[in-house]
Write a new protein. Structure first.
Length: 150
């Protein structure tokens, strides 16, 4: 059976430039996902912002991703920010209506040293549109400095 795939990216993957190697960046462990399936999305944080450790990761869940659930990360507070829908949509099976969806995940309160790799994962239902590209805009905060991979 041939799998229908969609591409997923963080803005950091697209915005990354070899002319700025000392800046922080975030990439995905896997940038090919199956259309219409719930997939494990893992963001890789290879280092902090210059000499500062990473203290917060914020990931925007795009509107075309209807279901998303974060993985808890020991030593970090995990927060899910919800967004109300303009019009409710039916749940699978049509039993109930969904009136709000996940808008973003925020992992904060931790401390990822500049010389350590960190992972931040969540489950996301990929759109049922083979060949499409989904962007997960990400903000990495290191103390008072933020890198916006959007």
């Amino acid at each position: 059976m041939k799998r229908a795939l969609i591409s997923t990216f963080t803005a950091g993957l697209i915005a990354l430039s070899s002319t700025i190697p000392s800046q922080a960046h975030i990439t995905m462990a896997n940038d090919q996902m199956r259309a219409g399936y719930q997939e494990l999305v893992t963001m890789l944080v290879p280092h902090g912002c210059g000499p500062e450790p990473t203290t917060e990761i914020r990931i925007k869940i795009p509107p075309e991703v209807p279901i998303a659930m974060p993985e808890e990360k020991p030593g970090w507070e995990t927060k899910t920010v919800m967004r109300k829908l303009d019009e409710p949509i039916p749940m699978e099976g049509g039993i109930a209506m969904i009136t709000e969806v996940v808008d973003e995940f925020v992992w904060s309160g931790g401390n990822l040293p500049v010389d350590k790799v960190g992972t931040f994962s969540f489950i996301a239902r990929m759109p049922n549109t083979p060949g499409s590209v989904v962007f997960f805009k990400t903000i990495q905060t290191c103390g008072e400095v933020s890198e916006r991979w959007i």
